[in-house]
Design a protein around this ligand. Structure first.
Ligand code: TMP
Length: 208
């Protein structure tokens, strides 16, 4: 049995990642493919609760401390993610280490320092970058509720994402119709699954 794929959604706030990742999981399941949604930060764990307190501005943490908590929140999920991938489950992940680096580096923390705690995490096989200009994102429902939802900051975050892209990334125009985006992503995911079936690639480590 071949392993599952690690499909990642990244992007600025309110770019539609959650909508599209949820729809992708459902579509894969409808096709009989084992799939699971994973979301970072996972606010349900003890570490995740500390992160939630910070994001909703109930508690304060230094930039370095919150950065390391986001990373720890990914590390605590690794064993389960590896087990799922090895048992043939495709993981559709909503945010990951690239968000970690983009947001912290936009706060002017050193880029290399930001990457280091996430080195060695499981690497994604395919990344969909939901691209939206922060001015358009700001018009979407609920924008501005959390600490990072400010225009200049989001512009910087977007630039940081662009600096980390490689050939496994696809830039998706997040202003397009939701159904259209879904079909585009489903097609790209099917291609990735077929490629993995034809020529299996082992699970890789991030930034090594
Ligand atoms: P969410 O809206 O997808 O739940 O993410 C919450 C916020 O946390 C969002 O503004 C992005 C930010 N974030 C980081 O700063 N570092 C990280 O490692 C992750 C996963 C998210």
């Amino acid at each position: 049995m071949s392993r599952g794929l690690f499909i990642l959604f990244e992007g600025c706030d309110r770019s539609g990642k959650t909508t599209q990742s949820t729809r992708l999981v459902q579509a894969l399941k409808d096709m009989g493919i084992k799939a699971k949604l994973v979301k970072f930060p996972d606010r349900t764990t003890a570490i995740g609760k500390m992160i939630d307190g910070y994001l909703t501005q109930k508690s304060q943490l230094s930039d370095q401390a919150i950065h390391l908590l986001f990373s720890a929140n990914r590390w605590e999920a690794m064993n389960q993610m590896r087990a799922d991938l090895e048992s043939g489950i495709t993981l559709v992940v909503d945010r990951y280490a690239f968000s970690g680096v983009a947001f912290s580096a936009a706060k002017r923390l050193d880029f290399k320092w930001c990457k280091s705690p996430d080195v060695g995490l499981i690497a994604p096989d395919r990344v969909f970058f939901m691209d939206i200009h922060p001015d358009d994102a700001a018009k979407r429902d609920g924008y501005g509720e959390e600490i990072y939802e400010k225009r200049e900051f989001q512009l910087d975050v977007r630039a940081k994402f662009f600096s980390m892209m490689d050939k496994s990334w696809a830039i998706i125009d997040a202003m397009k119709d939701v159904d259209l985006i879904h079909r585009q992503i489903l097609l790209l995911t099917k291609k990735a699954l077929q490629a993995q079936e034809a020529e299996p690639v082992p699970i890789a480590k991030l930034w090594t």
